[in-house]
Design a protein around this ligand. Structure first.
Ligand code: FAD
Length: 826
């Protein structure tokens, strides 16, 4: 059994020790630089409000588990969770709409919530100002965690199970050998360990640096005050920190409230961002108390002035009280607002669980314990996977700017496609200048600038046949959308379009062990001759889909893999290291070649004509170039590899070249395409076309929570192949007995859009949720993919809840477009 060291005894570290112990793990040491009675991290002063509902399903389920677990814990005769419920109030029409959306995704994730009118808000919370409140969302399962008490309880319970705690002991080094962690360094010497987990909270950057690991986290100060007794509250709660009213959020003004006996606790996110360097904070003293701890900085009253006035506006009873005590508490923000959970991409055995709120603490700890003990969390961890960031996104300047933006938006109404204004233009493909000339509207993804559509195509909208004319949309779904997308989809289906696919992650996997590695990790045979191409899956040991990839055999010992980003790179690199350690002669190298290469997709019925015009020496034609085959082709005098890929359900190719050749490749294709009516088209059209053809996106439509059968990807599993990761688990799963399945829906009225995460109802009861959505221009109606209970069948009439409105839809057979594949037979 492994020797585990956990750095940090806050709410995350102690929960992790507890989760590991409950799974039978022993030999666990928890080390904290602070003293036991109050270690001095963010947990030591956390007011403990737990609002569970979150646009992310994983975050919501983390919170649900935290509530469930804390409800089962008692410290000094008191429960560690006070389930007073939560109330989020709206004081603007926009927020009222947002609460409807929130009610939708809470329902999707199984949280019971209720939209309530202003009168009912007053019944739930009599202190509210009736003149301001327009309505609210009531969440009965929310409440208050006693975070510090939970830590004390978990320390005592895990200690009884043999966990060793070292207090007032700072970790000053991480020992490693052969890319594997071997221990930690403290003033008392080296403590050997084969697993080290950093649960160091906002000190994560410093601890990560000891292991050579950049941690994309920014510590920031956040203001919290306690009031004097509020006369209207006197006698209401018997305990000094007691509460009986729901926890309250007033997000229109960045405020939250809790009762503290007769007093109030008020938190504020509306002040200027106040980044903090943990390394410059005072070291943790041995006599930490409520007012003297490194995570509690001096209050800056001027930053709270507006908040105090706004608080009294919402709760007039506060006008009879004063601020008794305030501080600027330190907590962690990340570039995308999600926690950092998982194993280091480069140092095996070094794990991280940081930027975690009290709300999600037990859920995150359970997920990490599952990952460490059985290799898989029951929840999809893609949103908080430690390795999810591109190198560019790990630079301190990016982390600083993006995390501060997240602080500003923590209570804002954020559209699912909302873009940051800065940092931008970090990763530009070689076609960027040409795309600008065509009026490309760029959206950012993984720090790449990707054309969403091209304004130059606006003139085509008027030429669209009646059945292709774009439908009118509601204001919310019209954001980040243009009717030009319809024209780009139309040209792809009727002529030819060129798509920039450069941002797709490309890995080179090479060496004498490359075939072994890919054979062991994928669901299909990837050992064909050089030039062969396979769409295949990476599974985990339990049969869940870790990723979907395309594998191209370039040479006997060299492959190009089209993957889903840095998490796949980390996985392949880790597996390659392990294989190389076990069999040095079968070594494998994994290299990210995305930035040094580029890729264009050329699709449409006339793509062959364009290809023929370009490849004068050796027109590949479709006859001499079978599907899923890669061929070396010279285009405009530059070497390229053309792969017959059918992503959008039209004839065509992905054309790959080195980045230095990119501009010439674009110009050559552009020139050759003009006589055939070719246009440049963007990601929005691509999304519409792929949904018409039933193509899934990993991380959106499927994840480790789904097996290939549930995702409708059984075709990617080769029946006669065994021995790969996940094969045994998959064999044990009967194909037709999974509880749910990814389904395709079409919207009955032909125009109402949904965007994803909305709940789906059958006969009035919830049966699942939407994963992705787009308007299907070729089929003339919106399409949505949904994870639905198995009992929902093709042809069933369902309803989708969108901002409180029920939209009728039908479960459809897939694919919606060209089901016989006739267009691909040419
Ligand atoms: P911490 O509690 O900070 O624990 C990390 C531990 O690591 C510390 O004890 C530290 O001493 C130790 N450590 C660090 N470096 C080393 C080292 N080198 N060697 C040894 N030990 C080390 N969250 C909510 O869910 N609801 C709320 O209402 C809420 N309100 C908040 C209000 C304020 C004012 C603040 C500041 C935060 C609030 N949070 C809230 C956030 C929440 O408090 C934190 O996210 C959470 O407590 C973090 O827990 P943790 O265990 O990760 O970190």
């Amino acid at each position: 059994m492994s020797n585990v060291v956990i750095i940090g005894a806050g709410i995350v570290g102690t929960n992790l020790a507890d989760e590991l112990v409950s799974r039978g793990w022993m030999n666990i040491t928890v080390v904290d630089q602070g003293p036991q009675h109050m270690p001095g991290g963010s947990t030591s002063h956390a007011p403990g409000l737990c609002f569970a509902s979150n646009p992310s399903r994983t975050m919501t389920l983390f919170a649900q588990y935290t509530v469930e677990k804390l409800l089962s814990l008692e410290f000094d005769g008191r429960k560690c969770f006070n389930q007073v419920g939560g109330l989020e109030v709206a004081t603007t029409p926009e927020r009222l709409e947002e609460l409807k959306r929130k009610h939708g995704f809470a329902t999707s994730w199984g949280v019971d919530t209720r939209l309530v009118d202003a009168d009912e808000c007053l019944k739930l919370y009599p202190l509210l100002n009736r003149d301001l409140v327009l309505g609210g969302l009531h969440i009965p399962s929310d409440g208050l965690a006693s975070a510090a008490a939970t830590v004390q309880l978990l320390v005592s319970r895990t200690r009884k199970s043999g966990v060793r705690y070292l207090w007032s002991t700072r970790v000053t080094g991480i020992e490693q050998a052969n890319d594997h962690v071997t221990g930690i360094v403290t003033k008392a010497g080296i403590i050997p360990a084969d697993i080290v987990v950093s649960c160091a909270g906002f000190w994560g950057v410093e601890v990560g640096a000891l292991a050579g690991l950049p941690i994309p986290l920014l510590p920031m100060a956040h203001q919290y005050v306690k009031t004097t007794a509020v006369p209207a509250q006197i006698g209401r709660n018997s305990l000094p920190d007691g509460a009986s009213l729901p926890i309250l959020r007033h997000q229109d003004n960045d405020l939250y409230f809790r009762e503290l006996g007769e007093r109030y606790g008020i938190g504020y996110y509306g002040h200027r961002p106040m980044p903090v360097a943990a390394s410059l904070l005072s070291t943790t003293p041995s006599d930490v108390d409520e007012r003297n701890m490194p995570s509690r900085l001096k209050f800056t009253p001027a930053d709270f002035d507006a908040a105090w006035k706004l608080s009294q506006d919402l709760l007039p009873a506060l006008g009879d009280a004063d601020i008794e005590d305030g501080f600027n508490g330190v907590l962690s923000f990340t570039p995308d607002g999600f926690p950092l959970v998982g194993q280091s991409p480069a140092l095996d055995g070094f794990y991280v669980a940081e930027a975690v709120w009290v709300t999600h603490s037990a859920g995150v700890a359970r997920a990490l314990a599952e990952l460490m003990t059985i290799g898989k969390s029951q929840l999809d961890l893609s949103c908080c996977e430690l390795s999810r960031f591109e190198q560019t996104q790990l630079t301190p300047s990016y982390v600083n700017e993006a995390s501060q933006q997240n602080f500003r938006e923590v209570y804002s109404i954020v559209h699912p496609f909302q873009q940051r204004n800065s940092p931008r233009n970090l990763r530009l493909g070689p076609f960027y200048l040409r795309q600008q000339q065509l009026g490309a509207v760029f959206l950012e993804a993984s720090a790449w600038e990707r054309p969403e559509w091209y304004e130059v195509n606006k003139t085509l909208v008027n030429k669209l046949p009646a059945e292709w004319q774009p439908r009118k949309r509601d204001a919310w779904s019209s954001r980040y959308y243009s009717p030009i997308v319809a024209a780009e989809a139309w040209k792809t289906r009727t002529a030819v379009a060129v798509y920039d696919m450069t941002s797709m992650c490309r890995l080179e996997i090479s060496g004498p062990g490359a075939v072994d590695l890919l054979t062991r990790l994928t669901t299909s045979d990837v050992s064909g001759k050089p030039g062969s191409v396979s769409y295949t899956l990476l599974l985990d040991d339990h049969g869940g889909i870790r990723s979907d990839i395309v594998v191209i055999r370039v040479l006997d010992n060299s492959f190009q893999v089209h993957a889903n980003g840095p998490t796949d790179l980390a996985y392949f690199s880790r597996e390659a290291r392990e294989q190389t350690r076990a069999a040095p002669g079968r070594f494998v190298q994994v290299r990210d070649i995305t930035g040094s290469t580029c890729c264009l997709g050329l699709w449409g019925p006339r793509s062959q004509d364009v290809m023929a015009a370009m490849c004068i020496d050796e027109p590949p034609g479709t006859a001499g170039h079978p599907r899923l085959q890669a061929k070396h082709v010279s285009i405009g005098g530059i070497p390229t590899v053309a792969i017959r890929m059918l992503y959008v359900g039209e004839l065509g190719w992905e054309i790959h070249a080195s980045a230095d050749h990119g501009l010439r490749l674009w110009d050559t294709i552009w020139q050759a395409g003009q006589p055939h009516g070719m246009i440049a088209a963007g990601q929005s059209a691509l999304c519409s076309l792929r949904m018409e053809k039933g193509v899934r996106i990993w991380g959106v439509d499927m994840s480790t929570e789904h097996d290939p059968y549930e995702a409708g990807l059984e075709f990617a599993v080769q029946d006669d192949k065994g021995g790969y990761v996940g094969a045994d688990a998959l064999k044990r799963r009967p194909r037709d007995e999974s509880a749910r399945r990814l389904r395709c829906l079409t919207i009955d009225d032909g125009c109402s859009m949904v965007l994803g995460k909305e709940p789906v109802y059958l006969d009035g009861g919830p049966v699942g949720y939407i994963t992705s959505a787009a308007f299907g221009h070729a089929i003339g109606r919106p399409i949505a993919f949904a994870t639905l209970a198995r009992r929902v069948n093709e042809g069933d009439a369902v309803k989708i809840e969108y901002f409180g409105r029920l939209i009728p839809a039908t479960v459809a057979a897939e694919p919606l477009f060209d089901p016989q594949g006739n267009r691909l037979k040419a």
